[in-house]
Design a protein around this ligand. Structure first.
Ligand code: DQA
Length: 144
């Protein structure tokens, strides 16, 4: 079975982007950690800076039933199109776990709002790569 690990804007810069906030690890490092955690699954980790591409990946999850771990970056805070795409997955019975490396609630005011939390299966934030690992642990135990 496949798990989609979808990453939005600026997350391709992990490792060099504000390492004090996001850590020193790269997306390739994250991919390796998750693959090691779940050798029985195909961990399909992707990143895009284009919103429509992320929407397309969510439609893919809606069609395939693959569970999703989603770090939507700044789109989290204002994209109603993203919210609607997450909603169409979860309303159809799919799993979408919202994750963040940092704890947005401890940061600027605009990060305190997530327009996707209410339609996500659950939210894990503030634990760096461990946020993704906890989401993956949930999926291994509970999702289809
Ligand atoms: C983030 C938090 C967002 O506020 C920010 O825009 C990001 C990363 C995180 O993983 O902590 O790009 O989603």
């Amino acid at each position: 079975a496949t798990v989609l690990v979808l990453n939005g804007p600026n997350l391709g810069r992990l490792g060099t982007r504000e390492p004090d906030v996001y850590g020193a690890g790269t997306l390739d490092d994250l991919r390796a950690v998750l693959a090691e955690d779940a050798p029985e699954l195909e961990v399909d980790l992707r990143q895009t800076d284009t919103e429509g591409e992320l929407l397309g990946w969510l439609y893919e999850a809606a069609d395939s039933g693959a569970p999703v771990i989603l770090n939507a970056g700044a789109w989290t805070h204002y994209s109603y199109a993203l919210r609607d795409a997450v909603s169409l997955v979860t309303k159809a019975g799919g799993t979408v776990i919202e994750v963040h490396l940092s704890n947005p609630h401890a940061r600027e005011e605009f990060r305190h709002t997530s327009v996707i939390s209410a339609v996500s299966t659950g939210v894990i934030a503030g634990f760096g790569f461990e946020s993704y690992r906890m989401a993956l642990a949930f999926i291994r135990r509970n999702a289809r």
